[in-house]
Design a protein around this ligand. Structure first.
Ligand SMILES: [Mg+2]
Length: 407
């Protein structure tokens, strides 16, 4: 059995509004064909801000490396492909590799006649509990969103006010000549977010499980102060309190607060993650599965975390494609140390493009039961949603004086 062809599909289904800017998420889907008639696999290689770089890596470098090889040897193929360029790692190459790796696991499940979770231990639970997002410009809008989601059966809710920023500074506060960007006020965020959770707990009581995403928007000491100040509100977790460049601060954060910490959507390399796991400095690792290279490294990371009492909560925004979400769900139900799954409301267009994409049912998502990842792909429907090349503004985060700040 051989890999005979690798095709890359770029698409941008639906649209949603982020900071007032209408954007759709650009998805990169990989289709691997084999010498067995009808036996193909699908994978997610989505790096939505650099989609064409991933497509080029697949077309010119990784694709040719895989052609002619046995698709069943997922471990050796991942190891050899990851180092085939000698210089390795990084979001472009890892996502490209993930696209093929997920497709090979999809193929393996189809060969076995089993859904992927059965390859990794069967069901530790029937479904994955998910958290979804409640955003608003003020506390009342956030509370309205919380009320609506609770009535749909969600139990875990990520509450944000003013997107990730917490507060947008008035234009008058900017100096003359301030460059364009997504402005936010880190000092105002420190005042706003504790008050937001005072408001939500007063209205909804202690039983709702709230989460909050700092999205690396604070300076380290301020992030520690926020984690301590939110401690009485018993968050399910505080997400990405620090940027990956500030990993050494985690020991300090951990020593000062029992607020559970989730970290890692920007991580690429195991060496960024393993110190935090082995020293038990975080409670949840929440890497983006395609960003670290796909299912093969995600399985290893989840098992490593299990040995240290750390749970996993894979990153699950709209730029994790439906194929990528299926991979997450199979891992979620199979592995013992699952924490929770992030779930963004999917654009309706995706249900036509990706038959088998599940929907939320009372706060849970059930994995597909067909062999493999259990998601199909309709190229004709995908062709209705071509990709643009716009640069997103939200990644150019600026403080009130115009300084760039890493998002
Ligand atoms: Mg996040």
């Amino acid at each position: 059995m051989k890999i005979t062809r690798i095709r890359t599909h770029l698409l941008q289904p639906g649209a949603y509004s982020f900071s007032g800017q209408a954007v759709g998420q650009r998805l990169v889907i990989v289709e691997v064909e084999t010498s067995e008639p009808g036996l193909t696999g699908l994978g997610c290689a989505t790096f939505t801000q650099r989609h064409r770089a991933v497509a080029a890596a697949l077309e010119h470098h990784l694709g040719p490396f895989f052609i002619g090889k046995d698709p069943r040897n997922t471990e050796d193929l991942w190891q050899s492909a990851a180092a085939n360029g000698y210089w390795r790692n990084g979001p472009v190459l890892n996502n490209a590799l993930s696209g093929i790796d997920m497709a090979l696991w999809d193929i393996k499940g189809k060969l076995a006649g089993l859904p992927c979770h059965q390859l990794w231990g069967g069901k530790s639970r029937p479904a994955a509990a998910v958290y979804t997002h409640c955003d608003g410009r003020d506390f009342h809008e956030v509370a309205d969103a919380v009320r609506a989601r609770l009535s749909e059966g969600f139990h875990y809710l990520r509450a944000q006010c003013g997107d990730y920023a917490g507060a947008t500074p008035a234009e008058a506060r900017r100096p003359r000549g301030a460059p364009p960007g997504a402005y936010y006020d880190d000092r105002a965020k420190l005042r706003t977010i504790p008050a937001l959770f005072d408001h939500l707990r007063a209205e909804f009581g202690p039983e709702v499980e709230f989460l909050h995403d700092v999205h690396e928007r604070l300076f380290p000491t301020d992030a520690i102060w926020l984690a301590k100040t939110l401690e009485p509100h018993r968050l399910f977790f505080l997400e990405d309190p620090l940027a990956p460049e500030d990993n050494e601060w985690f020991a300090n954060l951990r020593a000062q607060t029992a607020t559970p910490i989730a970290m890692g959507e920007l991580f690429n390399h195991p060496r960024e993650i393993t110190p935090l796991v082995k020293d038990r400095l975080i409670d949840f690792v929440r890497v983006h599965v395609s960003q670290i290279g796909g299912i093969t490294p995600a399985l290893k990371l989840a098992h490593l975390c299990d040995a240290f009492g750390v749970r996993f909560a894979w990153h699950g925004p709209l730029d994790t494609s439906p194929v990528g979400m299926a991979a997450c769900l199979h891992l979620d139900v199979a592995l013992h140390n699952f924490g929770i799954q992030e779930w963004a409301t999917r654009p309706e267009a995706e249900y036509e493009i990706f038959p088998g994409l599940p929907r939320v049912e009372r706060g849970y998502v059930y994995p597909p039961e067909k062999p493999g990842l259990g998601i199909d792909f309709n190229p004709a429907a995908a062709a209705q949603w071509p990709c643009d090349d716009n640069n997103p503004e939200w990644t150019v985060a600026r403080l009130p004086d115009g300084s760039f700040h890493r998002p």
